[in-house]
Design a protein around this ligand. Structure first.
Ligand code: FAD
Length: 624
């Protein structure tokens, strides 16, 4: 067996000393991003570290162009005007929308949709079934069968100011038993299977049979199960085709990927546990130094005391830890903050001792990562290579790559690996976008810590902000297995968290042109909140720093008025053959049923527009 080397942990901390990658040269890729606006003047806020260790203050940036001074103010956007909302739609599409949303409101139909679809398929035969689907659900929520077929819809949306995030939506239709078997097998290492070592892992970061089928209670997101390395390669090829199609079909396109499609989830589980334990240890140290309850970035450990604690716990002698907390790992004030502490994971985990973390309750040192077999070690490296291939292709094609957020037991690792990609690929512009789920109690800490890292290291922060798709499953898993629920206690708390995180990023955009955010939400209040704050902060839509995102076939009354008013707005555009996107369609039906109030509003607007066209005699006219 080979000891787990964890190559992603060993990468140079900021990579600043490494030569710029080939794609960073101006001639290396097209289209080139527009030259960045000079950063705004004002009080110096950010420190940047150097290899020498001190944190010199950045030189003052050149003065900015006066924000919004010579530009038209952004137009007001009306989300209640059916004519604006459906200007791009033919009358047949409006009627289809009414029928589909109407069917989604019928409880028994939605509950038994999978069985009903199967019966329809058998009774009608494949050809007729496909036609029926294209006239209804498939036509409403899916753009077409392949990259060619979706082009007309993408062009039409573009003409109305709406971009595309391509999302190949084919899903395996596994049985629950198959999903459970695959999950248990791929989330446990060979060593753990032999020795039962998985029991030593924290409950949250172990696979559990009852929750092996990760699709349970999830309607907004697709789920991948690990089969083998060849399957992961296939997923990578699919993502590559998506990136190519995004590059070919629109300027400034986006493509979405999921990391659970690219490798064995076991690594994501184990790495998540490592990251969480390191962070928890930092918080415990902070509590011992009387700083419990502070926001993550406000906690500053006194290096002297920390070294004493590390020595007492047997992690490192004072002499050993002396040089950890000098230079780039120590703030000027002699304190260690969470970012300093995290950087130790990069630079120190090659010391086998630091693969151990102290359990404050038992006073024991416990292993963070079990040993991997050579095959597992290779599988882990291949996952990282696949991510690398995708990021390079996205850079070449000028396509932004959004890494979706997934379950809380994978998410620390997903987010950290994405951050590593951002450090490498976001030097000139934001190519890689991370996703933050605001239903998580720790969302604000996660956002602020990562923004601060991007400031210190000088790369472009890119994020998609969502509320989160896995709430029911997360809650049930936490309750049944017995760990703290990671989700905010109420919907209102999630909303508060969303707006707080968003506000922090908008402030960051105001002060530094390097941050970017996609407000991925169907919530009208959140979109209005964003517009108001953009106006107050003087962030103009033409700067293309704040994007909006909704799913195809949902909430057009939000997407199209935004696009027509000149705000950068995108639809997640699913595509794939009819038979293979049925699980996706089934989830769309459930989501529309779940958010009845919103679906009712959409139906009301559709109905008003149909009536208006009828009364003005423009129902069959192309110029409605
Ligand atoms: C373009 C796009 C991309 C997306 N990408 C991802 C992704 O990568 N990862 C991901 O997880 N999701 C993703 N989602 C789904 C998203 O997280 C939400 O599930 C979905 O959009 C509904 O949230 P909302 O803001 O649109 O609407 P709302 O109806 O305002 O919010 C519903 C959401 O609020 C939260 N919530 C509801 N009730 C409670 C409660 N009692 N307590 C606490 N919280 C509650 C839940 O997150 C729920 O999904 C994406 C959505 C879009 C539109």
């Amino acid at each position: 067996r080979a000891a787990s080397p964890c190559p992603w942990l060993h990468r140079a901390r900021s990579g600043r000393s490494a030569p710029p990658p080939a794609w960073a040269s101006p001639a290396a890729h097209a289209p080139r991003p527009p030259p960045p606006l000079p950063p705004p003047a004002g009080p110096l806020r950010y420190r940047r570290r150097t290899a020498g260790g001190a944190r010199p203050v950045e030189p003052p940036p050149p003065p900015p162009p006066p924000r919004g001074a010579e530009r038209e103010p952004p137009p007001a956007v009306d989300f209640g005007d059916p004519r604006e909302a459906f200007r791009s739609k033919s009358s047949a599409e409006l009627l289809r929308g009414l029928v589909v949303l109407g069917l989604c409101a019928v409880g028994p139909l939605v509950e038994h949709n999978r069985e009903l679809l199967r019966v329809c398929q058998r009774v009608l035969g494949q050809a007729l079934f496909e036609r029926l689907m294209k006239m209804t659900f498939y036509g409403q929520f899916v753009a077409g069968e392949d990259q060619e077929a979706i082009k007309p819809l993408i062009r039409r949306n573009q003409a109305f100011g709406v971009g595309a995030v391509l999302d190949y939506s084919v899903e395996e239709d596994l049985s629950a038993e198959e999903a459970e078997r695959k999950e248990l097998d791929s989330c446990t290492s060979a060593a753990e299977k032999e020795t039962g070592g998985a029991e030593q892992r924290e409950k949250q970061y172990r696979a559990h049979r009852g929750f092996g089928d990760r699709r349970g209670g999830v309607i907004s997101a697709r789920t991948y199960f690990y089969a083998d390395e060849a399957k992961c390669d296939q997923h990578m090829e699919t993502f590559l085709r998506c990136i190519d199609a995004s590059g070919g079909s629109s300027e400034n396109g986006f493509s979405a990927i999921k990391l659970t499609a690219l490798g064995r989830p076991q690594f994501l589980l184990q790495f998540s546990e490592v990251l969480v334990k390191w962070r928890r240890f930092f918080h415990q140290m902070a509590a011992e130094q009387g700083q419990a309850g502070r926001a993550a970035l406000e906690m500053k450990l006194e290096a002297e005391k920390l070294q004493e604690a590390l020595a007492n716990l047997g992690i490192a002698t004072k002499a050993e830890s002396q040089h950890w907390f000098t230079g780039e790992n120590l703030g000027m004030s002699g304190t260690v903050d969470l970012l300093d502490w995290n950087s130790l994971i990069d630079s120190r985990t090659k010391l086998s001792k630091l693969l151990l973390v102290p359990n404050m309750q038992t006073g024991q040192l416990e292993p963070l990562l079990s040993r991997f077999t050579e095959e597992e070690d290779l599988q882990m490296k291949r996952m990282l290579q696949r991510m690398d291939v995708l990021a390079k292709r996205a850079t070449e094609k000028g396509v932004r790559l959004m890494v979706d957020a997934e379950q809380s037991y994978f998410q620390p690792a997903i987010s950290r690996l994405t951050l590593e990609m951002q450090r490498r690929f976001n030097r000139d512009r934001a190519i890689i976008f991370n996703t933050y789920q605001c239903y998580l109690k720790e969302a604000y800490d996660n956002v602020t810590v990562d923004v601060e890292l991007s400031r210190r290291e000088g790369w472009h922060f890119g994020t998609k902000l969502v509320r989160g798709a896995y709430m029911e499953q997360e809650r049930e898993r936490a309750a049944q297995i017995g760990y703290e629920d990671p989700i905010n206690p109420t919907y209102e708390k999630t909303n508060e968290m969303y707006h707080r995180c968003l506000d922090y990023i908008l402030e960051e955009i105001k002060h530094s042109w390097k941050a970017n955010v996609m407000v991925a939400s169907h919530n009208e209040d959140t979109v209005k909140f964003t517009l108001r704050r953009m106006m107050e902060l003087g962030i103009h839509p033409s700067e293309k720093k704040v994007y909006f995102g909704q799913l195809l076939g949902m909430c057009d009354q939000i997407t199209f008025p935004l696009g027509q008013a000149g705000f950068p707005v995108y639809k997640y555009v699913p595509y794939g053959p009819v038979n293979e996107v049925l699980p996706y369609l089934s989830r769309r039906a459930q989501e529309n049923r779940g958010f009845m109030q919103r679906a009712n509003r959409e139906r009301d607007l559709l109905w008003r527009e149909v009536k208006r066209r009828l009364l003005t005699g423009s129902l069959f006219s192309p110029n409605h």
